[in-house]
Design a protein around this ligand. Structure first.
Ligand code: ZN
Length: 252
């Protein structure tokens, strides 16, 4: 199939490339730049996903994304609310929840894979288990590249965000991670079998417009979306390791 509806903007996404080794096929939206794996591709089963992430957690028991924790804590302090209530969507082994709670911030998490440590009372498998409160700080660290329905999740998170709160997310942006999109086949981020969606900065600009958010760019790869004091901060994570050359069927 040469055309697919874009999962972000609904526009036409054309065939982008096919990996002959894994048989993964990707589509790229001409409108918003979103790149996504073919929906019919064989996704990891729940059990496979569980063992994939458990393996990651065992390698990194404090959480694999500790580098952004100080930034998140400073965002929490800049909310001007005390105590800030926090939600970490896709919290993994709850390393961030532990860090936030150690700093006096009541933090909760959502993850499909059950956490098996002392943070378990604060982690739920979906939104329905959460306390019925608005959160001043919502984080989604390296989560959105895993989602088949990123817009629905973003809207759910915005609905849970307090009027003066922050939504902080990280995902590697294609236009910042690569000097040219032609390097996509060699991008390690794309080789993770659980990564199915890849955002460009203009994909985020589309989401900002759609939700009435104002986009501001600051610093290297950080930008803020602002809607009536509600801010969505997206941080680019610099992960652009190139592997050996492979022959891919590609249309760019
Ligand atoms: Zn699109």
């Amino acid at each position: 199939m040469n055309q697919m509806p874009c999962a972000v903007c609904g526009g036409d996404a054309g065939f982008f490339l096919k990996n002959p080794a894994s048989a993964r096929i990707f589509y790229r939206c001409a409108g918003c730049g979103y790149i996504f794996a073919a929906p019919e591709e064989r996704r990891l089963s729940g059990e496979e996903e569980r063992s994939f992430f458990k393996g990651q957690w065992e390698q990194s028991p404090d959480g694999g994304n500790v580098g952004c924790y100080p930034h998140i804590l400073s965002l929490a302090q800049s909310c001007g609310i005390s105590p800030v209530k926090a939600l970490d969507f896709g919290c993994g082994n709850a390393g961030l929840i532990r860090t936030l709670r150690a700093n006096g911030i009541p933090a909760y998490g959502i993850d499909r894979v059950p956490v098996e440590n002392d943070m378990r009372p604060f982690v739920f498998s979906d939104f329905s288990g959460l306390p019925a409160i608005k959160f001043d700080l919502i984080t989604a660290i390296e989560v959105f590249e895993h989602l088949p329905d990123p817009v629905a999740v973003l809207e759910e998170l915005l609905a849970r965000l307090s009027p003066d709160g922050f939504l902080f997310m990280t995902t590697a942006l294609t236009n910042r991670a690569m000097a040219h999109i032609k390097y996509f086949p060699h991008w390690i981020y794309q080789k993770d079998p659980t990564h199915i969606g890849f955002f460009a900065e203009r994909t985020m600009e589309f989401l900002a417009r759609k939700h009435g958010l104002e986009l501001q760019v600051f610093g290297y790869g950080d930008f803020i979306l602002d809607r009536s004091h509600t801010r969505l901060v997206v941080q680019y994570e610099g992960r652009f390791v190139f592997h050996h050359q492979e022959k891919w069927e590609m249309n760019y």
